[in-house]
Design a protein around this ligand. Structure first.
Ligand SMILES: [Zn+2]
Length: 81
């Protein structure tokens, strides 16, 4: 009585892959699918890591900016007549 070969779906393309030592890239159907999936996973990680650094760049206090108040240049209003 031979054991049934369990097949899994390739996480990348959904193709049925026999889950056995012969399937070198299981649960992926091929090296290409495995690389694709790992690449997407790595890209996702890098994107999340980049976003976590973003809030620091937004830490700008609007009150710290000295804009407002028109006492910078006095009006030269000499009555020259
Ligand atoms: Zn695949």
């Amino acid at each position: 009585m031979a054991g049934r070969v369990v097949s899994v779906s390739c996480p990348a393309c959904g193709r049925k892959v026999p889950f056995e030592p012969a399937s070198r890239w299981r649960p992926f159907c091929s090296e290409r699918c495995k690389t694709l999936d790992l690449g997407a996973w790595a890209a996702e990680r890098y994107r999340i890591a980049g976003e976590s650094r973003d809030p620091q760049a937004h830490d700008v206090d609007p009150a710290a900016g000295g804009t407002g108040g028109g006492t910078g240049t006095p009006p030269t209003n000499g009555s020259h007549d």
